[in-house]
Design a binder for this molecule. Structure first.
Ligand code: GDP
Length: 331
């Protein structure tokens, strides 16, 4: 059953007071595809914009099984002990394909989710990854306005989701396993180049020497990469989430990165660039939505799709004709 929608003021006040259930409902509102919900959601976001931004946004990636959720479950309580409030959002490309999302199915981070200083929200599902990313950005701002000063955005390390996450965070953390080659871990050079902190995970038990060796190897390899735009050389660290070892060093490295980039101006520049990118992405999304909802397009699309499908018309020409129909005012 649908719950009654709150008023604009109720959303704003609830979030500013840090009420988790109102935050949760506001995110649901953002995710709604109803036009009236989207309008209200945009007003909520606009009103809360001045209260957002005060956090460190960290992207966390690595292949499934590398231990991302265990890591977040382990480092989360440590951060909360230090007086932080942590929000964890996820981008899950699998939800598009299977609907049974990897992140949604498992009772992930169950321990952390019980902590009143943590807010955990699985990925929204949508019919395209760009749209899902858009919602994640909006959710992130709402979490900040609700007083969460550390935001983790977790991704499953496949496909384009890393790039999307990279476009919305301040610091990008890649979890890796010792002993498995980069290819095996699906790590492309481009992802290594985006990485600010590389963590050799599961550095415990008999895996410890292997992890130390991998740490050295990656340290050497990263020296061969071009100097990052941030001018802060990426760090390589190791940790064990099960033994809760090395987590403090990772947090220190995040803070170090934040301080350095704030000092040299990169932090602010990157956020500016990301806001512009967001505008362009939003434009793309909204245009697309307008286009497909347009009565003329809805009327003509199915027929023209058939012609393309049968090879009777070229996709480029049909696209041009449809855009023409879309942009021509009714006579
Ligand atoms: P995700 O898919 O990246 O979120 O990975 P999970 O957090 O679900 O962890 C995958 C598996 O790795 C689980 O069986 C965990 O128990 C195990 N694991 C996670 N962290 C560690 C660690 O620090 N040490 C060891 N030895 N195993 C771990």
């Amino acid at each position: 059953m649908l719950r009654k929608r709150l008023s604009l003021q109720e959303y704003i006040d609830g979030i500013k007071c840090g009420k988790r259930f109102i935050l949760s409902r506001a995110i649901t509102l953002m995710e709604s595809s109803l036009d009236s919900d989207q309008k209200l959601a945009a007003d909520v976001l606009e009103a809360l914009l001045p209260y957002s931004g005060n956090s460190i946004r960290v992207g966390i990636t690595g292949v499934p099984g590398v231990g991302k959720s265990t890591f977040i479950n382990a480092i989360g309580p440590y951060l909360i002990e230090q007086g932080h409030r942590l929000a964890v959002l996820s981008i899950d490309p699998s939800s598009e394909i299977s609907r049974g999302s990897i992140l949604g199915d498992k009772t992930r981070m169950s321990e952390l989710s019980l902590n009143p200083s943590a807010f955990i929200r699985p990925s929204s599902t949508g019919n395209n990854l760009g749209g899902v990313a858009q919602k994640t950005r909006e959710s992130m701002l709402l979490c900040e306005a609700a007083g969460y000063d550390v935001i983790f955005i977790e991704t499953v390390g496949v496909g384009q989701s890393e790039t999307l996450v990279h476009q919305m965070v301040d610091c990008f953390l890649l979890l890796m396993l010792a002993g498995a080659g980069d290819e095996l871990q699906g790590i492309k050079r481009g992802i290594m180049e985006m990485t600010d902190i590389l963590v050799i995970h599961k550095a415990d038990g008999e895996n410890t020497p292997l992890a130390m060796k991998a740490k050295k190897e990656y340290e050497n390899a990263l020296h061969l990469f071009p100097k990052p735009e941030s001018e802060v050389l990426p760090r390589v660290l190791s940790c064990s989430s099960i033994e809760k070892k090395g987590l403090d060093k990772i947090w220190k490295a995040i803070i170090h990165y934040q301080q350095k980039t704030q000092q040299n101006g990169f932090f602010q520049q990157q956020r500016e660039k990301q806001r512009l990118q967001w505008l362009h992405d939003a434009l793309g999304q909204q245009l697309k939505q307008l286009f497909f909802q347009h009565p003329k397009i809805q009327h003509e699309l199915a027929q023209l799709e058939q012609e393309v499908l049968l090879g009777h018309a070229s996709p480029t020409k049909v696209a041009r004709a449809l855009i023409q129909a879309f942009t021509t005012p009714p006579s």
